[in-house]
Design a protein around this ligand. Structure first.
Ligand SMILES: [Zn+2]
Length: 188
């Protein structure tokens, strides 16, 4: 739990409950004997959200009360209240919350992996196109081996893949993804 969160949560508990739990006095007409000064007549007034002693003028909220009673700093007192009333963050996250977090993580990982795949396919497609272009220029269309001729026939399709990957709409990219072309070209 964040520090501010602990303070906030600790203050949400009704003061009478904090008093009962940490000091254990039974109030009479909303008053108890003051734990901060010796007295025989109760002058420590208990409110829903704090206290005020009409004998020694001590006043405050849940955290002030526990801090002074236990002789600890406010942050420690807030933690003590949080722990006592089961507000501790050390509590495991709920199943639903965990599922939500995992879903977001999973989506992010899949999207990152896919972008890597797309990028690799894009680079391979460019390399393929440039290599075939280079061979055609070097040897000339007429003397190309059959395997390279097959590759030349692939070039228009390769150009189309490159167009979709660089400036295609989301729909076009999704369509390309479904064909398995990206995976195939990412591996080459
Ligand atoms: Zn007092």
């Amino acid at each position: 739990m964040e520090k501010l969160d602990v303070f906030y949560q600790a203050k949400l508990i009704p003061f009478p409950e904090v008093q009962a739990s940490f000091n254990g006095e039974e109030p009479r007409r909303g008053k108890i004997l003051c734990p901060f000064h010796p007295e025989s007549t109760a002058s420590f007034q208990i409110y829903h959200d704090g206290y005020k002693c009409f004998g020694c003028q001590a006043a405050g909220d849940n955290i002030d009360f526990v801090a002074r009673l236990a002789g600890v700093k406010p942050y420690r007192a807030a933690n003590m209240i949080a722990e006592r009333f089961g507000l501790s963050t050390n509590k495991p996250l709920s199943k639903k919350k965990l599922q939500q977090i995992n879903k977001v993580k999973q989506k992010r990982t899949i999207s990152q992996q896919y972008h890597k795949l797309e990028h690799r396919a894009f680079l391979n497609l460019i390399e393929f196109r440039d290599t075939i272009d280079y061979i055609v220029q070097l040897i000339g269309l007429d003397d190309l081996p059959d395997t390279v001729i097959d590759n030349v026939h692939e070039l228009p399709q390769v150009e189309e893949y490159l167009r979709v990957l660089s400036i295609g709409s989301t729909e076009e990219r999704l369509r390309l993804l479904r064909t398995g072309v990206i995976r195939k070209w990412a591996r080459i």
